[in-house]
Design a protein around this ligand. Sequence first.
Ligand SMILES: Cc1cc2nc3c(=O)[nH]c(=O)nc-3n(C[C@H](O)[C@H](O)[C@H](O)COP(=O)(O)OP(=O)(O)OC[C@H]3O[C@@H](n4cnc5c(N)ncnc54)[C@H](O)[C@@H]3O)c2cc1C
Length: 618
Amino acid sequence: MPTYKAPLDDMRFVLNEVLSIAPTLSPIPDFSAIDDATIGQFLAEVAKLAEDVLFPLNASGDQEGCHHDRDARTVTTPKGFKEAYQQFCAAGLPGFACDPAYGGLGMPAVLNTALSEMFCSANMAFGMYPGLSHGAYNALHAYGTDEQKQKYLPKLVSGEWTGTMCLTEPQCGTDLGLVKTRAVKQADGSYKISGTKIFISAGEHDLAENIIHLVLAKIDAPDTPAGIKGISLFVVPKFIDGVRNPAFCGRIEEKMGIHANSTCELNFEEATGWLVGEAHKGMRAMFVMMNEARLGVGLQGLGLSEVAYQNAVAYAQDRRQGQPIDQKAESANAAAPAVPIIEHPDIRRELLTIRAQTEGSRMLAYWTALQLDLSHKAQSEGEKKKAKALLDFLTPIVKAHMTDNAVDHANAAMQVFGGHGYIREHGMEQYARDARITRTYEGTNAIQSLDLIGRKVLKENLLPKYLAAVDADIRTARAAGVLKRTTRRLRLRLIYETVKSKLGMGGDAGAVLRDAAGVSVDYLRLASLVAVGHMWLKMAAVATERLSENAAGREFYETKQQTAAFYFRRIMPQALALEYTLRDRADSLMAVPAAQFVHGQTTIAETSRKIEKEAKQQ
Ligand SMILES: Cc1cc2nc3c(=O)[nH]c(=O)nc-3n(C[C@H](O)[C@H](O)[C@H](O)COP(=O)(O)OP(=O)(O)OC[C@H]3O[C@@H](n4cnc5c(N)ncnc54)[C@H](O)[C@@H]3O)c2cc1C
């Protein structure tokens, strides 16, 4: 069976020593109570809940899954989930980072990020229930009327009610302009919502007494604009004043992983709902929820990478196979005991790759969440704007990089187990199954890359603001004598500038966009390598400083330096290959006509004719 221990030392290092959360945030009146001791206390308490309550339900929840009762139109979660959710709520965790005006604890997002990471490591399927509620809370907090806020927010904050986001329909995924769900206005100002949503996470369950669905629909009116400009957002509760609203689960979708989270087809059968924000401006409100959810999905990737790593290390220290490679060269000693596989260089490569990416990603996720706090609450408008630019630039990177990595890391960790990784009892195959969806939902990673290159770089020109932050840290690190050679070798800034100038050379606007779309995923990968490299620079600088001060915990800081060196020597050079790829722009992708993608040039029509002919001959 797998195990999980929250990586509290690393979390404290990032929060207290590198990001200096307490001195950074405590001058802000809303966060004046934040100090290192309080941070430590929260982390330790939540770690206990994650390790002792949520983690033990991870494998059993996966095996049991959720149950749909068609006749009663109810869904029950796996054994133990309801009780665990009650403990979660009793600890005040649904409202940890919520507005005290609605009963929340008012803690910063950056701390909430550390807590969420632990829930994702311990039990990702469980963490999705409160995770979606928090997204619904944010959208209503930003765009709800006062009445809506008073009605829904306190219950979402306490966890008595949960939330969902209902975007996807059978014909409508990435392109939300294709939404068919309709909203018909009633005399009292409410709407009747009709349509089918699919793949709705936490869509129906028994954890909470009510579920607040946030639903994208088009208002049935002649002036509703076509496509994405005609989308509105509605709040549709499962129960209204104790009466069941007709929004029912048609079925639970059978899926590859996260079996303990109910992914539902939801049928809205003239369900009553109310407009959130302005008519036809639903995407604006939904984006509040989606942007937060994107960071949340990145954390799922981080959490899974961490727990997969921990188990792979434990196995590699225990499992004995083969001789040390250097002894083999001298004289084969068949009688010598086999060594733990962690002694083999290739196992170290697997483990260090996960470790360097995961620790770097933790730092990146927390730094990004800090920008979220500062973008709302920093003391000057200038600081708020600066933080918002970094947040917007980094959000697609956090989402896509950490989830692409989670898939790779879960597989690498499974590989460390050899064939035993493929066997269910070790739990590694569950991580590989659970991780896979993170690349796809909340906007596939291809869509994240288009957001980065198309919106954040080309349209909003956020790159110079991001580079200014990177440059400042390079200067600090160099002044401290840290990583002089690696910063030079990396040419962090240069790599970016090369890419930017290449994209700028594309000719007319259409060609620039086509080229950008052609290289977007490679560009995001390159940006991610740089972003995590930047974080390693910050961490290595602090570690070097601590070592020069002879601070306690020498081994911890030395390992940080060694892991940083591994990142810069073995992972960062992948950026150079990506730089070459980017030069191709979209040319080689678009050269092949769509019809010629059919392998062996056999078309579907030809195959059908062949099958028909064979059938006739028999
Ligand atoms: C387990 C699970 C949970 C989910 N939870 C929710 C939820 O809670 N709420 C909700 O509303 N939805 C949810 N979803 C839906 C999820 O967000 C969508 O599946 C996802 O957004 C992709 O949409 P699609 O599946 O229709 O794929 P499509 O949009 O059909 O895309 C197919 C492929 O084409 C690519 N593609 C599409 N358009 C473009 C483009 N313009 N440029 C380049 N590539 C493109 C995509 O990247 C993808 O690879 C969930 C899905 C799953 C499987």
